[in-house]
Design a protein around this ligand. Structure first.
Ligand code: ADP
Ligand code: MG
Length: 324
C-alpha cells in the first residue's frame, strides 16, 4: 500500500528526512514512531503530496507521489498534525463541504458524512459550531474528514496529540476499529498507543529509520537486564548474600523495610528468569514471601534503547546533533 525508497527531504541547510525506505502492506496498522523533530510529519507530508521530496521515490495506494499526486490524494485520507478546520462552520456542514471537495455528489456526501460522524461518535455534535468544540471533538472532526470518502489508506499525524488520557483511550479504540477496514499509517510519540494498536512499528530518529518490526520483536531483540522485585520476611543480610550467589543474578539491592518485610530489587542477566530459584532459596531457608515479580521489558525500553544507540553513534563520530 505504501512503498518508500530512499526518500529524502532537505530544508535549507538541514536534512530532516535522510534516505528512508520502508513499506506498509494492505490491511496493516503501522505505527510511525519517533521523538519530536525526528522527521515524522515531514515524511507524512511527502507521502500525501503536500510537500515535495528532495530525493527518492514513493508509491502510495499504487500511485507515484510525483506522477500521480492527484490520485494519491484521492485515495488517501490524511489527518495532518494540526487539523485545519473552519471554526465558523457547523460539524456536519464542514464535513459535507469536505466530502464534496473530494468529488462526492450531494446525496452521496450526505450519506457518507452521516456514516463518518457515526464512526467517530460525532452525531450528537453535528449541529455544533466547530469553534465551540473541545480539542477531543475537533480531533474527531479531523478524523471524520480523513475517512469520509472511504479511502483505502489512512495517514494520521499524531491524532491523539493534546488529548487527555480518557480521550486517548477512546481514540485508540476508534483507530483499532478503523483498522478493520483501512490500512493505517499513524505517527505518534505515545508508546502505549502503538503497543496496543499497531501490528508493526517503524522507528525514525533524526531523519533515519532505526527499526521496523512488530512491537513484540522489538522488545525481544532488546538485550536488557532483567529486573525482579522480591518482598520477603526473614534474615535480610543473609538473604542478600545468598541471592547474590545465585546464578544469573548480578545485583541485589534492599530498597525498603516495612513492618518486618524487606523489599529487594534484583538485576539479572538479560533474558534469564531466576524467579524459581529465588523462590526455592527463600522457601528452603524458612523465610516468608509475599511478592515475587519480574518487570517485563516494554516497547518504551526498546524505543529508548534504539534512540540512545543513535546518539552514541553520533557522539563517536562527533557529529553535532543539529547537523544530522
Ligand atoms: N518548513 C521547515 N523548514 C525548515 N525546517 C523544518 C521545517 N519543517 C520541519 N523542519 C525541521 O525538520 C525536522 C523534522 O521535523 P518534523 O518532520 O516536523 O518532525 P516530527 O514530526 O517527527 O516532530 C525538525 O528538525 C524540524 O525543525
Ligand atoms: Mg510532527
Amino acid at each position: 500500500m505504501i512503498e518508500v525508497k530512499n526518500l529524502t527531504k532537505r530544508y535549507a541547510g538541514r536534512t530532516a528526512v535522510d534516505s528512508i525506505s520502508f513499506e506498509v502492506g494492505k490491511g496493516e496498522i503501522v505505527g510511525f514512531l519517533g521523538p519530536n523533530g525526528a522527521g515524522k510529519s515531514t515524511t507524512l507530508r511527502m507521502l500525501t503530496c503536500f510537500l515535495s521530496a528532495s530525493e527518492g521515490t514513493a508509491s502510495v495506494a499504487g500511485f507515484d507521489i510525483y506522477e500521480d499526486s492527484i490520485q494519491v490524494r484521492r485515495h488517501v485520507g490524511y489527518m495532518p498534525e494540526n487539523v485545519p478546520l473552519y471554526p465558523d462552520m457547523r460539524v456536519s456542514e464542514y464535513l459535507r463541504f469536505r466530502a464534496q471537495l473530494k468529488g462526492m455528489s450531494g446525496r452521496a456526501a450526505k450519506r457518507a458524512v452521516g456514516e463518518a460522524m457515526d464512526i467517530c461518535s460525532l452525531t450528537e455534535r453535528e449541529r455544533s459550531i466547530i469553534a465551540t468544540l473541545s480539542k477531543g471533538y475537533k480531533q474527531r472532526v479531523g478524523l471524520a474528514d480523513a475517512l469520509v470518502n472511504k479511502p483505502d489508506l489512512l495517514i494520521l499525524d499524531e491524532p491523539t496529540n493534546g488529548l487527555d488520557p480518557n480521550q486517548i483511550r477512546q481514540s485508540r479504540e476508534l483507530i483499532k476499529r478503523l483498522g478493520e477496514r483501512h490500512t493505517i499509517l499513524i505517527s505518534t510519540h505515545i508508546l502505549s498507543e502503538v503497543e496496543m494498536t499497531c501490528g508493526r512499528v517503524v522507528i525514525i530518529d533524526r531523519g533515519k529509520i532505526r527499526a521496523s518490526d512488530t512491537p513484540q520483536n522489538l522488545i525481544r531483540r532488546l538485550r536488557r537486564p532483567g529486573e525482579i522485585i522480591l518482598e520477603m520476611k526473614g534474615d535480610d543480610a543473609k538473604a542478600k548474600a545468598a541471592l547474590e550467589k545465585l546464578e544469573g543474578i548480578n545485583t541485589v539491592e534492599s530498597t525498603d523495610v516495612h513492618g518486618g518485610w524487606s523489599h529487594f530489587e534484583i538485576r539479572t542477566d538479560p533474558n534469564i528468569d531466576v524467579r524459581e530459584d529465588v523462590f526455592g532459596l527463600v522457601n528452603s531457608s524458612g523465610w516468608k514471601i509475599r511478592e515475587l515479580a519480574s518487570r517485563a521489558a516494554s516497547l518504551e525500553d526498546a524505543f529508548v534503547d534504539l534512540v540512545r544507540k543513535g546518539e552514541e553513534i553520533r557522539e563517536k563520530e562527533s557529529i553535532p546533533a543539529e547537523d544530522v
